[in-house]
Structure formats: C-alpha cells, structure tokens
Write a protein that binds this ligand. Structure first.
Ligand SMILES: CC(C)(COP(=O)(O)OP(=O)(O)OC[C@H]1O[C@@H](n2cnc3c(N)ncnc32)[C@H](O)[C@@H]1OP(=O)(O)O)[C@@H](O)C(=O)NCCC(=O)NCCS
Length: 174
C-alpha cells in the first residue's frame, strides 16, 4: 500500500463511534491534562447518552474523527445558539494521539472543520481557546489564520498549578 493510501481516514463521527472516541478523549484528558478545560474526573463517568449528545452531528454541530484504522485523532464543533450569537461557532477537543502526531493530521482535521463551518449559512467566526502551555497547538491555529483576541490569566487550575488560556478567532469570509 502506498504512503498516501495509508493516510488516516477522516470522517464525521456517528453514534456507533461514540464510546470508542470517548476513550480517545479520555486518553487526551489523562495524558495532556493541561491542554483541556475539562478534566478526566469531569468526563470519566459520562453516560453513553451524554457522550452521544456531545458528539452528535446536527445542522449546527459535528465531531470529526481520524481512523488509522483505530481512532487516532478528533475534534468537535458547535454553533452558538440564540439569534445574536448564531454567527459564531467553537472548536473543542482537538487531540491527536502521540503516535499519530507530526504527520499533518491535526491540520487535516482543522481544515475539514473550517470547510464545514464555511458552508453553514450565516456562520462568520470560529472561536477556540488554547492553553498557553500548548505550543504546537498555538502554532497550528496561527498557521491557519486564527488571531488571538484575548488572554485569560489563570484560566485553569489544577491543584496548585494555574494555566493561562488564549482566546483565538478565525474570520471565515474576510
Ligand atoms: C496539537 C496537536 C493536535 C497537533 O497534532 P499533529 O497532528 O501532530 O499536528 P500536525 O502534524 O497537523 O501539525 C500541524 C501544525 O502544528 C504545529 N505543530 C505540530 N507539532 C508541532 C511541534 N512539535 N512543535 C511546533 N509546532 C508543531 C505546526 O505549525 C504544524 O504545521 P507544520 O507541520 O506545517 O509546521 C497534538 O500535538 C496534540 O494533540 N497535542 C495535545 C493536545 C492539545 O494540545 N490539543 C489542543 C487543544 S486546544
């Protein structure tokens, strides 16, 4: 098989993927705890129904998974609800398993999410937050055109450790 044919497949997650992908999410929360607002303890007891709801694909939300053939990367997207905030959507839970990193997978996931967001009528901005400890993630977002619009000092607290977060935004049609 050629290198190209072995690239992980990326697709929208379905209900049948929920439990497998939640395991990948829990791995990220465990191994890279400083990267996420949620903690492992917050997430480990999520029910199947809660997980399905979180990963559901609707007109306004989706989660993408990368398969190699095992799940090796993911992200989620949701559009804000409410008349005055529906022009904004957020990306959450960007994670690539360590063994799959450095091959352009996160970039592919992000590009796919942005392309999908661009097709949502009236959606203008994609927002995300990134811990300042996550250098590779910040570089990735900057390289895709995200601009910092805020910096929250001590946004996260784990024991005695505080982590700052940057808020970043991509304007979709400028
Ligand atoms: C951040 C993360 C998703 C990147 O995944 P990845 O598949 O290795 O990233 P890619 O191979 O697609 O790289 C895309 C870009 O990210 C940046 N990047 C990735 N790894 C990097 C590294 N080790 N050092 C510096 N920049 C890096 C680069 O800008 C790179 O673009 P380039 O290859 O053109 O230079 C992955 O490291 C990860 O899951 N980290 C832990 C969780 C995390 O930080 N999530 C973000 C939450 S906001």
């Amino acid at each position: 098989m050629s290198e190209v044919a072995m690239k992980p497949e990326i697709r929208v997650l379905e209900t049948a993927d929920a439990d497998t992908f939640w395991k990948l999410r829990l791995r990220g929360l465990k191994e890279d705890p400083e990267a996420f607002g949620a903690s492992l303890a917050d997430s480990v007891d999520a029910t199947h129904e809660e997980i399905c709801k979180r990963l559901a694909c609707t007109d306004d939300s989706f989660a993408l998974g990368a398969f190699n053939p095992e799940p090796c990367g993911m992200l989620g997207f949701y559009r804000r609800q409410g008349e005055r905030v529906r022009h904004k959507g957020s990306i959450w839970g960007v994670y690539v398993a360590p063994e799959a990193r450095g091959t352009g997978l996160a970039r592919r996931l992000m590009v796919e999410a942005i392309e999908r967001a661009k097709k949502m009528p009236g959606l203008e901005e994609v927002l995300l937050t990134v811990s300042t400890t996550q250098g590779p993630a910040m570089k990735l977002y900057e390289s895709l055109g995200f601009k910092e619009y805020g910096h929250e000092v001590k946004a996260l607290k784990q024991g005695d450790l505080y982590i700052d977060e940057k808020a970043m935004m991509l304007r979709l049609h400028d």
